[in-house]
Design a protein around this ligand. Structure first.
Ligand code: URP
Ligand code: ZN
Length: 460
């Protein structure tokens, strides 16, 4: 039996452990794991890890936001993904009311389909809950978008939902096995604290952190959890930043609430002292990066399985765009690049540092997101029948993170100067080599829109 491609002799990793094996690929799928497999093309992975292609379930490519548009478009963003071992991303189609969410999905697909070089899906961003949305939920699910994002902030953007709408959406999504995710921050409290915060009293843009203390997130997360509990539906917490919120999620799960949470490398590795620097606004995102103590709790909650997903919230604004803040912390274009560095950073600062195991890392960037977002077992695992999405990862390769080694069109990196050991060298998407020996060889338009399944059983 001859396979199209054989990945030879690497250590194949899943949440269940590691196995030195050949991966036989036929067409777009994994056909076999074995030894001495015969291939038309053989790629040597001896001494390397063979990871399932990672999923980044939170990106915002070419997003019109904060008076500009995020700088990495669907081509450059997906190229950066491939170079970082990420073979699937999930972006957002955010409703521009009064137009429908389906309109946003169609528009986003028109932007993305010709450009992407890895596979992608879309969360449906709901900004207006009414009878049209009730009708639209099954339509969105049929279109492959069974997960939703609602915003507990962004009143100024006209994106904010109230608690009644959030409750009703969670209850409605439950009927079809879908899941509502939230951007959980308390808008009213932030507005009040912003009005009371004298920005001039703080260096750099530290007032951003002062006006968004932990309670602005923990209160919103606790509230969303209560609503999900009452509605009996599934809830996902996007970009969770505080340790206290992770403890709230743990307590809720222990009492049986169907709640899931994501954090990301910026919350695990960066802290709010950075806002005091002259370039502190480069780190401006919301929720903001927090305290060192939050990092430790988030790592602990990743390790104990409370936080199931690492994602990046990639929303790239370069230094020229970030300069639009003009000294007013409320005007920072919120977001940072991150998709390309997620896996190497988790490997060095998580696995190598002994905070999580390699198998746990594969859980949080491969298996768990695939399961929670309706892509399992097509994505997130290397087993016969799965898509042949993989990253050959050199665990010894030293790389110092600087913009010059990254594909993002950002001229700074939030992780600038961080020395990591371990980086993806070769990446395949559905059996197609898109990165070879760290050189990008993918093509725009070869990635595919993924019609995802509802992650849960529909309510009876
Ligand atoms: O600051 C952030 N997170 N920007 C991206 C938009 C969002 O809220 O996810
Ligand atoms: Zn958000």
């Amino acid at each position: 039996m001859r396979y199209d491609i054989v990945i030879r002799g690497g250590e194949v990793v899943s949440t269940r452990g590691r196995l030195v094996a050949d991966v036989g690929i036929r067409g777009e799928t994994v056909a076999a794991l074995g030894t001495d497999l015969d291939g038309t093309e053989v790629i040597d992975a001896t001494g390397k890890l063979v990871l399932p292609g990672a999923l980044d379930v939170h990106t915002h490519f070419q997003l019109p936001f904060c008076g500009t548009r995020s700088a990495d478009d669907f081509f450059n963003g997906s190229k950066a993904a491939a170079l970082g071992g990420v073979t699937t991303f999930i972006d957002f189609a955010i409703q521009a009311k009064p137009a429908s969410v389906m309109d946003a999905v169609r528009a986003r697909r028109e932007e993305a389909d010709p450009k992407v070089c890895v596979d992608y899906g879309l969360h449906a961003g709901i900004t207006e809950w009414n009878a049209d949305r009730v009708r639209e939920i099954p339509e969105l699910i049929a279109a492959g978008c069974p997960t939703f994002k609602m915003f507990m902030i962004y009143k100024a953007q006209n994106w904010q939902s109230n608690d009644g709408d959030l409750f009703a959406a969670i209850r409605e999504a439950r009927r079809y096995g879908g899941m509502v995710g939230v951007h959980a921050e308390n808008n009213d409290l932030i507005e009040r604290l912003q009005a009371e915060t004298d920005a001039a009293a703080y260096p750099g843009c530290y007032a951003h952190a002062v006006s968004r203390p932990a309670v602005t997130e923990t209160e919103a997360i606790a509230r969303a959890i209560h609503l999900a509990e009452a509605a009996g539906g599934a809830l996902y917490i996007f970009h969770m930043s505080t340790g206290a919120a992770a403890d709230i999620v743990r307590a809720a799960r222990q009492r049986g609430v169907n709640v899931h949470a994501e954090t990301g490398p910026h919350y695990l590795l960066l802290d709010d002292e950075l806002f005091k620097r002259p370039d502190g606004h480069h780190f401006g995102t919301c929720p903001p990066i927090r305290k060192k103590a939050d990092q430790e709790t988030l790592w602990a909650r990743l390790a104990d399985g409370t936080v199931e997903v690492s994602a990046t919230d990639t929303c790239t604004f370069d230094s020229r765009q970030k300069a639009m803040w003009g000294g007013d912390y409320r005007k920072i274009p919120f977001g940072m690049p991150g998709i390309e560095t997620m896996v190497p950073l988790l490997y060095t600062t998580g696995v190598r540092a002994g905070r999580i195991s390699l198998e746990q890392m594969v859980g949080m960037v491969c298996e768990n997101p695939a399961k929670l977002f309706g892509l399992w077992p097509r994505k997130g695992v290397l087993q016969p029948g799965s898509d042949a999405d993989l990253a050959i990862f050199d665990p010894e390769l030293p790389v110092t993170i600087t913009p010059s080694v990254l594909a993002t069109c950002c001229d700074y990196s939030p992780f600038e100067g961080t020395a990591v050991r371990g980086w993806p060298v070769t990446t395949l998407v559905r059996g197609r080599v898109v990165v070879r020996d760290r050189g990008f060889c993918g093509e725009p338009g070869t990635g595919r829109f993924l019609r995802r399944n509802p992650p849960f059983a529909p309510a009876a």
